[in-house]
Write a protein that binds this ligand. Sequence first.
Ligand code: HEM
Length: 241
Amino acid sequence: MALHSFHPLICCLFLFTASMVSAQLTANFYSQTCPTAMSIIRGAVSTAISRERRMGASLLRLHFHDCFVNGCDASVLLDDSATITGEKTAIPNVNSIRGFEVVDTIKSQLERSCPGVVSCADLLTVAARDSTVALGGQTWNVVLGRRDSTTASLARANSDLPSPFLDLPQLITEFGNKGFSPQKWLPYRSLMKSTARCGVFKTRIYNETNIVHHSHWPCKNCLNRSDLILHPSIAPLRPFR
Ligand code: HEM
């Protein structure tokens, strides 16, 4: 069974452990309880990216899609169950977010070293940072000690994750609702240089006159597709280094 299908159990284990310690986020949260946590995550991220470079981008996005829906609580990882409906089938996520197998691998490695200690939310947080660094981006400090959610919100995932069809004023409003000024989030928007399905950007290319056609937009995967259905074929927006 894939690990992400029994995350609630792992999450409960973590909640139990975490309830006994400080709720304050700190940089060295696992230094006593799981001193190998950071190196385990960094190593597994590096292995995953060496197998598939895009995975670094996918892990970063997974963290973003987790945090924008009720905070960074790993709810994005939860599968549907008898009691909850997960966020994986939300419109911005379905057939789009990826990297769950890598998260499962990292979580398995963490559980072998330090059972029930490292939260999935912290795993995602560190993996996003390590992915960015592994792809040549800047590093940043993370504070840790997040607790995992035992529930998820499909409705909030649909309403809170920004749609690719929003214009700039709408994006400013959406990010403002989460406490981000344009100065803070616009640089992150430029991180989006991995891949996207044709349906989420082709209207911008073919129907807009006010656009610079750039030679490194190899949209050949999208050519001859007049439908607006989110076609699963993807096209690189900009090549990886
Ligand atoms: C400004 C609002 C944003 C919108 C509307 C948006 C929308 C999208 C869309 C439509 C895709 C392609 C999905 C697909 O075709 O399946 C995508 C990919 C991606 N986004 Fe965003 N995004 C936004 C902000 C962000 C932010 C803030 C980050 C980073 C923190 C980010 C990181 C990424 C990455 C890394 C990918 C590529 C993922 C992969 O290749 O697996 N995005 N985004």
